[in-house]
Design a binder for this molecule. Sequence first.
Ligand code: ADP
Ligand code: MG
Ligand code: MG
Length: 211
Amino acid sequence: MGLDITWAVDWVRRSADVISEHRVELITLDREIGDGDHGENMDRGFQAVLPKLDDLPAGSTPGDVLKLVATTLISTVGGAAGPLYGTAYLKGAVAAGSETSLDGSAIAAVLTAARDGIVMRGKAESGDKTMVDAWTPAVDAADAAASNGSDAAAVLAAAAAAAREGAIATEPLVARKGRASYLGERSAGHRDPGAESTALLLQAAADAASA
Ligand code: ADP
Ligand code: MG
Ligand code: MG
């Protein structure tokens, strides 16, 4: 079954919940290898989206919701993550187009466009210890699942599981992009906060799809 506006809105609400629940954890991760604001930045952004969901006009599409998230994150999150996630949701919105329902391959295309937007904006490669290290395994898993004919919910479940593994796998890495790169070798032994928030957001997408 395809995922529609109800899923998209539910994804945003669950994202706001999960980011708020993990706010302190994200702050702690960012304090270890950055400036400690990632949890606060992301929580501010998603809380700012919530009231706007009620103003979405009738007939809005999943792409409209992604665009709303994009513009709100760009104007409220700040730091590195604001423009990066903003670009991700914006590119995802373009990929979603004006479709009212997204099937497995459409969801894989949305995730691919989002990841490509982050890479275009931040120029990080895999292994640089950034959110890309959660996004790229997620995209690969989503593509594989979609090629096997999985439905949208299964594609998101595969993406979320891969993002979770990718986030954990950032722990031993030495950061080569963002603030954490200032620490050099001392960045090893800590999980990247942006990879962690990515894993949380994609799990929220999967949970909304299976609800
Ligand atoms: P800031 O570092 O400006 O305080 P945040 O703390 O909100 O911003 O976000 C930090 C996260 O942003 C990092 O954990 C990392 O995942 C991500 N990040 C930073 N620079 C890049 C980049 N060039 N490409 C991809 N992701 C990046
Ligand atoms: Mg920070
Ligand atoms: Mg900052």
